[in-house]
Design a protein around this ligand. Structure first.
Ligand SMILES: [Mg+2]
Length: 207
């Protein structure tokens, strides 16, 4: 089964401008290393590469199609020239308040990939917002989150896996210590009841 790399555009492939809208060629800048590394992925792995992007209000007065396509075509063409071909490019045009099922983290645009013919468990979503991580969860895939101070992850998602593993280990160690204390206290209790004197086994004995 084929694995898929679902990749976000703004903030992931290209820089996201302060007004969140790439509607002029002058606003278009590739993020460092993206072309080189995506080319490597395309050349050396068998992932199907798919772009999934939310473009708020595309086609409305606030973001006309004619403002979107020059930059979008430039991105697609530049990447294609480096051997990076998108199997599909999905663009959602809704605003967040519309809560459209097509808008990330919704999967309604991606039904083609939900038929069981793709290895979603070993697929990835790469993006710079919690909604990209949420999309991965909704697909049953893994997420690679590109740190974005304006849209940080929250809760367990916010912590690198290694920190979570560390915390789990600390919790286990704490639980083990608590169990030990129970045993020690039980031992003290027994000693008291047999009249042998109370010894706090947690303190080193004086020699
Ligand atoms: Mg983004």
């Amino acid at each position: 089964m084929q694995k898929v790399l679902f990749i976000d555009r703004d903030g992931t492939i290209i820089r996201e401008p302060d007004d969140f809208q790439v509607d002029l060629l002058e606003k278009l800048r590739f993020l460092p290393g993206v072309i080189t590394n995506l080319a490597k992925v395309a050349r050396e792995t068998d992932f199907v590469i798919v772009m999934v992007t939310n473009q708020d209000g595309l086609g409305t007065e606030s973001f006309p199609e004619t403002a979107f396509h020059p930059a979008q075509n430039f991105v697609i063409q530049t990447l294609a020239d480096e051997g990076i071909e998108f199997a599909d490019v999905f663009v959602d045009r809704t605003f967040p308040h519309e809560n459209a099922p097509t808008r990330k983290p919704g999967t309604a645009m991606l039904t083609k990939y939900l038929t069981g013919e793709y290895d979603l468990a070993n697929s990835y979503v790469i993006g710079d917002r919690p909604t990209d991580v949420e999309l991965a969860r909704n697909l049953g895939s893994k997420a690679i989150y590109i740190r974005n101070p304006s849209f940080p992850l929250e809760g367990d998602d916010a912590q690198p896996r290694v920190e979570l593993a560390q915390q789990r280990a600390e919790r286990r160690a704490h639980d083990a210590r608590a169990d030990q204390d129970d045993v020690t206290l039980a031992g003290c209790h027994r000693q008291r009841s047999t009249g042998e004197g109370l010894v706090d086994a947690r303190r080193p004995r004086a020699r």
